[in-house]
Design a protein around this ligand. Structure first.
Ligand SMILES: [Zn+2]
Length: 109
């Protein structure tokens, strides 16, 4: 068996030495279609490891780096959209309030 990849336990922070207890076969991810990789669906492998320090199980994912980078970029893009929508919502609320004030003034005339 190959030496397990040294990785930090997300529960206690112990680095390395964790043994693999299970793994999936390669699967296909389809959650983030990416025009940069037409015809290629990102593949990944999930392993379950048990921490040698705290004995808790945690999963790890192995995938080609370019797909991981694509996910990081996608997250940044989605955060940008979320921020933009929040700003749009504030502008809509401000405009709505102005319209209400104008309507109240108009009703008083
Ligand atoms: Zn641990």
């Amino acid at each position: 068996m190959a030496k397990p990849l040294d990785i930090r336990c997300p529960e206690c922070g112990r680095n390395g030495g964790h043994m693999v207890e299970g793994k999936t076969e390669t699967e296909y991810l389809t959650s983030i279609p990416n025009a940069d990789y037409p015809g290629l669906l990102p593949t990944y492998r999930v392993r379950t490891k048990r921490c040698v320090e705290c004995d808790k199980l945690f999963g790890t994912v192995e995938m080609p780096e370019k797909y991981f980078n694509a996910y990081v970029l996608e997250i940044a893009r989605l955060k940008g959209i979320e921020k933009s929508r929040a700003e749009d919502k504030l502008q809509i609320e401000a405009l709505t309030n102005k319209l209400k004030m104008i309507a109240e003034i108009t009703n008083d005339i």
